[in-house]
Design a binder for this molecule. Structure first.
Ligand code: PLP
Length: 373
């Protein structure tokens, strides 16, 4: 496990860079499917499904942020799949949020034929979580803030419940990233991220990662990756590493923008509810404690209107890009319930704040909400 001798921010900038004279200042992109090898093959330098120097540089950077080891995968979902397969072994249930990223529930449901039952709960109801964990050997799969309702779960309390039940706790840390929230310090066995979002930050790649200090789990994850084949492309890894260098700057600006937008929307007559960890009074104390540096780029709001009216608002923007996903430097929004399987309210719009000047974003939101202005 890497030792923290410098800050996470510096580690992100310098990870993977050789200081040898004449070495490139940037970790090289190595698009190789095979490496020269003889006799007994070294697993990570023989066939490219077993290892690649560019993924390893990315893993070094990601691991440094949470003072742990990282395993990168072809996508966030590939990372979740390997983690579920590894942790479900010998356990009967995956206790997961009823309102989190809907494809996590879809994925967990695919484990039913392997005798693993997905059990949706409200993570804010600690009594319910405790009961479900006690019912049979389980994995606790937390997500905070959740996508798309931005609900905040109390990770320290969940970590205590998980430890008491001997259940490994996973935290989907995609929305916050390791710069804003460090799940391994709050009792998580593994921190999962879709690197597709704010971690890489430029909406130009799909990747995922698991970060853990558990060496057995690490070996299992690498095993599933090599044999299952959900490997990260070297080019995507290189782009992600480049993006990570500016993550602290981007996420600070995005968090500022999102907070200002959330307050603005909260006072708008067409908006029925705003969901943002930085404005939700019921969970603000927990959010401040576990996300001390900012509340992230993502918020959602519900219009006092129907789905068609929400679609019209999204379509009316001139700056904010109508698109799915989140975390990029460009602001994006979408009516979330347009996706089959999503359980968000019909007129809920999810907005990802980019790094544009916030006045431009607020002007665009206002003209989209009231095109006659
Ligand atoms: N976790 C969360 C919270 C997500 O929002 C997403 C994607 O939207 C994923 C995981 C899956 O990531 P990917 O799209 O990189 O597979």
């Amino acid at each position: 496990m890497p030792e923290r001798s410098i800050s996470a921010e510096s580690a992100l900038i310098h990870a993977g860079t050789s200081r040898a004279l004449g070495a490139p200042a940037v970790p090289p992109l190595v698009p190789a499917s095979i490496f020269v090898s003889l006799d007994d093959p070294e697993p990570s330098r023989s066939y490219g499904r077993g290892g690649n120097p560019t993924w390893e540089a990315l893993e070094e950077a990601l691991g440094a942020v949470e003072e742990a080891d990282a395993v990168v995968f072809a996508s966030g979902q590939a990372a979740s799949m390997a983690l579920m397969l590894a942790l479900a072994q010998g356990r009967q249930r995956i206790v997961l949020p009823a309102d989190g990223y809907y494809n996590t529930r879809v994925l967990a449901d695919r484990l039913r034929p392997r005798n693993v039952e997905p059990v949706p709960v409200d993570l804010a109801d600690l009594g319910a979580v405790e009961r479900e964990l006690a019912a049979a050997p389980a994995v606790l799969w937390a997500e905070t803030p959740t996508n798309p309702l931005l609900r905040v779960a109390d990770l320290a309390s969940l970590g205590v419940l998980a430890a008491a039940a001997d259940a490994p706790m996973v935290v989907d840390n995609t929305v916050a990233t390791g710069i804003l929230q460090q799940p391994l310090q709050l009792g998580a066995t593994a921190s999962l991220s879709s690197l597709t979002k704010a971690s890489s930050g430029h909406s130009d790649l799909i990747l995922g990662a698991v970060i853990t200090r558990d060496q057995d789990l690490l070996a299992e994850l690498r095993g599933w990756r090599t044999t299952g084949g959900g490997i990260a492309g070297p080019f995507e890894s290189w782009l992600a590493l480049r993006g990570l260098k500016t993550l602290p700057l981007r996420i600070a600006r995005q968090s500022e923008n999102a907070l200002a937008i959330a307050w603005h929307l909260g006072a708008h007559p067409r908006v029925r509810a705003v969901h943002y960890p930085g404005t939700e009074q019921a969970t603000l104390a927990v959010a401040r404690q576990q996300m001390p540096r900012g509340f992230g780029p993502l918020l959602s709001f519900e219009l006092d209107a129907d789905a068609a009216a929400a679609d019209a608002v999204v379509a009316a923007s001139r700056l904010i890009l109508p698109a799915t996903s989140f975390g990029g430097v460009e602001s994006t929004w979408e009516r979330r319930a347009r996706w089959t399987g999503e359980t968000a309210p019909e007129a809920l719009i999810r907005l990802s704040a980019g790094i544009e000047p916030v006045a431009d974003l607020i002007a665009d939101i206002d003209q989209s909400l009231d095109p006659a202005r």
